[in-house]
Ligand binder design. Structure first.
Ligand code: KIV
Ligand code: ZN
Length: 511
């Protein structure tokens, strides 16, 4: 037996519930395109009823994506289901994912509903969702703390009402693998019509066991795993997609199933999500951490050189590391540039956008000898950020940094096309640049996060900077990339200001 394991990615919904990770519509679209390339079966694109911005982003993703199912979350009520149904309408394959809590604590204290009312609402929701699509998923929120007999009753009823996927969430990350596997096995054995639906698991990582619990569910019959890129998600996050996919693939002998994920797209997906959300990937993170395939000890290095499999259970290139082949050089033309972007799945909507990106590529090729796929991704992302809304734009800057002297920055930028100049001092060149900008713009925003990542290796690598600003309860991430990290920082700061100005970030889905 070698079953299909469905991968349901919820980076754009549960992942977006991470503090500060809310994304603009364009950012969500960029990630959705990469998820489609990665081959995920279902993209949970958002929670349509949360805000018009959320619904709009889901609609845009439903229009753009053709190979993955596009899904919206909906609570078990009419308003949510209708909003979800409308948002997924343009999708080639669309799903509504409706949920209601089933644990005593949630029913009593949060919903203030009796168990009978919960069953009734769940059935009604599934029936209404079926008016929009045949592909309806039902989740019993907080299934981990729900009574088993009650779960069986709810699942019997929603299957009868037309649900095609039954999701069992460990909403609070409370389970342990043996118990979670047992719970899945019991449900599949006891629920009527269990063989007519796909059983799914959705685990949170509060005790660091989201992946282990999900895999235990798979070993006991679950055939859909809900997960996110880099394990992003509410609180400690969700099960990480890359770990689930590679565990199942590497240990086919144990799992008897596999996904259709193109694993070579895992590292690019991880980098894209990290860049857009500003959540860095820890170096020792399995699969996608910078050290995941680095052998440090002499004994290990010796072993790997003699026979790779002495210490390696997976190949770095199979998950997308080192796939960053040298792509283009200084002498490459516009046609080669365009075709390379096509290979990378990057779509530039207009000729003007292509021309601007090409000019920036030439600029970069002057500064950096070797240009890799990741450089092109960053360059085009930078272009994308600019295209969204660009009140402020960096023209030029100069920084002075000398031992024993206070660093100083002078910048020229445009504000709605009008050139302005900013000067400032700081504890370092980046601090000086931000203080200079703030002295002119006076946004009053709080800086919540500043992070720099190198896009490729080497000191000539582009630095990619994320700046997270908060103002009046809104949190935005700004990004900038350049071979000069102080320039990248100034671009990121201005990008964040542009987002605050344009109100590009949607309200947090749970607000
Ligand atoms: O954690 C959870 O229970 C959820 C549900 C909406 C599936 O995210
Ligand atoms: Zn969740």
């Amino acid at each position: 037996m070698n079953d299909r394991l469905y991968i349901f990615d919820t980076t754009l919904r549960d992942g977006e519930q991470s503090p500060g990770a809310s994304m603009t519509k364009d950012e969500k679209l960029r990630i959705a395109r990469q998820l489609e390339k990665l081959g995920v079966d279902v993209i949970e694109a958002g929670f349509a009823a949360a805000s018009p911005g959320d619904a709009d982003a889901i609609k845009a993703i439903a229009e753009a994506i053709t190979n993955s199912t596009v899904c919206s979350l909906a609570r078990a009520n009419e308003r949510d289901i209708r909003a979800a149904g409308e948002a997924i309408k343009p999708a080639r394959y669309g799903r509504i994912h409706t949920f209601i809590a089933t644990s005593p604590i949630h029913m009593e204290k949060k919903l203030r509903m009796t168990p009978d009312q919960v069953v009734e609402a769940a059935v009604k929701a599934v029936k209404l969702a079926r008016e929009y699509t045949e592909d309806v998923e039902f989740s019993a929120e907080d299934a981990v703390r729900s009574d088993m007999d009650f779960l069986v009753r709810v699942f019997d009823a929603v299957i009868e009402a037309g649900a095609k996927t039954i999701n069992v969430p460990d909403t609070v990350g409370y389970s342990i693998p043996a118990l979670w596997g047992e719970r899945m096995k019991t449900l599949i054995a006891r629920v009527k019509g269990a063989d007519k639906v796909v059983w799914s698991t959705h685990c949170h990582n509060d005790l660091g066991m989201a992946v282990a619990n999900s895999l235990a569910a798979v070993m006991n019959g679950a055939r859909q795993v809900e997960c996110t890129i880099n394990g992003l998600g509410e609180r400690a996050g969700n099960a990480s997609l890359e770990e689930i996919v590679m565990a199942v693939r590497t240990r086919k002998d144990v799992f008897n199933c596999d996904s259709k994920i193109d694993a070579t797209q895992i590292v690019p997906a991880s980098k894209l999500v990290s860049t857009i959300t500003g959540y860095p990937v820890q170096p020792n993170k399995a699969i996608v951490g910078a050290n995941a395939f680095a052998h440090e000890s002499g004994i290990h290095q010796d072993g790997v050189l003699k026979h790779r499999e002495t210490y390696e259970i997976m190949r770095a290139e199979d998950v997308g590391w080192h796939a960053n082949r040298l792509t283009l050089g200084k002498l490459s033309g516009r046609a080669a540039f365009k075709s390379k972007l096509g290979e990378l799945g990057i779509v530039l909507e207009t000729e003007e956008a292509l021309n601007t990106a090409f000019a920036r590529f030439k600029d970069l090729a002057d500064k950096k000898r070797e240009i890799f796929d990741e450089d092109l991704q960053a360059l085009v992302s930078d272009e994308g950020y600019a295209a969204e809304h660009e009140r402020f734009k960096l023209v030029s800057m100069k920084v002075c940094s000398e031992t024993g002297e206070t660093p100083q920055a002078s910048l020229v930028f445009t504000d709605d096309g009008v050139e302005r100049r900013a000067d400032g001092f700081g504890s370092g060149p980046v601090d000086a640049a931000f203080k200079a900008l703030e002295s002119v713009v006076s946004s009053g925003a709080d800086l919540l996060l500043y992070s720099v990542n190198n896009i490729t290796s080497g000191t000539d690598s582009q630095g990619e900077v994320t700046v997270r600003l908060a103002k009046d309860g809104r949190v935005v991430n700004g990004q900038g990339a350049d071979t000069d990290i102080v320039v990248a920082s100034a671009k990121a700061y201005l990008h964040a200001l542009n987002k605050l100005d344009a109100k590009l970030e949607r309200a947090h889905p749970q607000v």
